[in-house]
Ligand binder design. Structure first.
Ligand SMILES: [Zn+2]
Ligand SMILES: [Zn+2]
Length: 140
């Protein structure tokens, strides 16, 4: 089990129970919207307000604990900071699937940014489309 208290402290944040609970839920689900995070966390912290959850999400994104995955026409999803990977994002159901990072893509970005003398600090590769199960539903 990941030590979320250490992760938070190393990122310069206080390890509150609410934050640790948020991180546990996000880790279990992979990718969650802020509303989904709130719905889960409020079960163990009933007095928690939506505004507090939103505020903590933004804070944890700013401090590099969480990563925001933008979804066209829908609310962003959030995931724990992980090794670089590629997202397959379904614009129908909002499902986000993690795919292993690709060495060829990595080499392409390295040479491209080097040529532009662009100092790359972070990257996120999101491929948007319609997932297999949504395609089945559309056809029926
Ligand atoms: Zn889908
Ligand atoms: Zn991901």
């Amino acid at each position: 089990m990941t030590d979320y208290a250490t992760l938070l402290k190393e990122s310069g944040l206080k390890a509150t129970f609410q934050r640790m609970n948020m991180l546990e839920n996000i880790a279990r689900h992979g990718h969650m919207s802020n509303d989904e995070i709130y719905e889960e966390v409020v079960k163990s912290h009933p007095s928690l307000s939506l505004a507090t959850v939103y505020k903590n999400i933004i804070l944890m994104v700013d401090n590099g604990v969480l990563v925001e995955v933008p979804i066209e026409g829908k609310k962003s999803k959030y995931e724990l900071i992980k090794d670089d990977h590629i997202h397959l994002v379904c614009t129908e159901c909002g499902e986000v699937e993690d795919k292993p990072h690709n060495e060829n893509a990595d080499a392409l970005f390295t040479s491209m940014t080097k040529k532009e003398n662009f100092s790359l600090s972070k990257q996120q590769i999101n491929l948007y489309g319609i997932c297999a199960s949504c395609q089945i539903q559309e056809a029926s």
